[in-house]
Design a protein around this ligand. Structure first.
Ligand SMILES: C[S@@+](CC[C@H](N)C(=O)[O-])C[C@H]1O[C@@H](n2cnc3c(N)ncnc32)[C@H](O)[C@@H]1O
Length: 247
């Protein structure tokens, strides 16, 4: 666990200053607006694994009082420019019980060694009636699932589990949450940019990821609209947003 978290800190400290521009989805207005819509009426929010706090910036603009927590000091330093952010592990958070109206976690659950511990912490810090938004990059369907799993396995050595909408919903239900609603946001992404801005990877790994997408199976390419535009490999990425509340 410590070694895993040390590798996470190392990777995201390295990426913190360029994270917002390292991939389009981080600041994509449509994706952020989808979070704000599901969040409901403003109150106190906590972004777990907040990174640079991009989702919280959207929530703040909509009137939320935003806090964040992340294990990478570099990420916290970026997020602190916008919200109250602090360094910590989401498996054991330094916040009192029942202190937030909303908890949100985007594109981080797959990195956690102990997902259930983080979900216990969500239940503990949420006020009665509070909401949890778990959002994640997932395959569109069984058509792109196995090839996307391959791409992400090569790209992210710290991935603990490859998730689909079904596995995320199941983990929530098995860990004391009721799933209330799903939303989806599709972001047109540049795989070339993603790899250009991945300093933690070797050149060979970056090339392997590009080649896996550029030479993907026909049904994957059609579903995800893979194409090369001005030398950039572009494809659609599918985000699911799951709104849940403690049972
Ligand atoms: C892919 S980034 C996503 C950042 C942010 N959630 C967003 O969507 O812009 C994953 C983040 O999770 C953080 N992280 C991973 N494991 C963590 C843990 N156990 N506790 C706190 N943060 C963690 C990383 O440091 C990194 O900032």
């Amino acid at each position: 666990m410590e070694i895993h978290n040390d590798k996470i800190k190392q990777q995201f400290d390295l990426r913190s200053s360029s994270f917002d521009r390292s991939v389009y989805w981080v600041t994509d207005p449509g994706l952020i607006a989808a979070h704000v819509r599901l969040a409901g009426a403003p109150g106190r929010s906590l972004e777990m694994c907040c990174g640079t706090g991009a989702v919280s910036r959207g929530l703040k603009a909509a009137g939320w009082d935003c806090s964040g927590i992340d294990i990478s000091a570099g990420m916290v330093s970026e997020a602190s420019k916008h919200i109250h952010a602090q360094v910590g592990d989401v498996a054991n958070m330094p916040f009192p019980d029942h202190s937030f109206d909303l908890v949100v976690m985007r594109q981080a659950y797959f990195l956690l060694d102990d997902g259930p511990a983080a979900l216990r912490e969500v239940r503990r810090v949420l006020k009665p009636g509070g909401r949890f938004i778990l959002s994640h990059l997932v395959p569109f369907s069984s058509i792109d699932r196995e090839h996307l799993r391959k791409v992400h396995t090569v790209k992210q050595a710290q991935m603990r589990k490859f998730h689909t909408t079904e596995t995320l919903s199941q983990e929530l239900e098995e860990n004391g949450f009721s799933v209330r609603a799903h939303d989806q946001a599709v972001v047109r992404e540049s795989v070339t940019l993603w790899m250009r801005e991945a300093p933690e990877l070797s050149e060979a790994t970056r090339q392997e990821v590009c080649s896996l997408v550029a030479n993907s199976p026909t049904d994957y390419r059609q579903l995800r609209r893979v194409e090369v535009v001005n030398g950039e490999i572009m494809e659609d990425w599918n985000f699911v947003l799951i709104l849940a509340s403690p049972k």
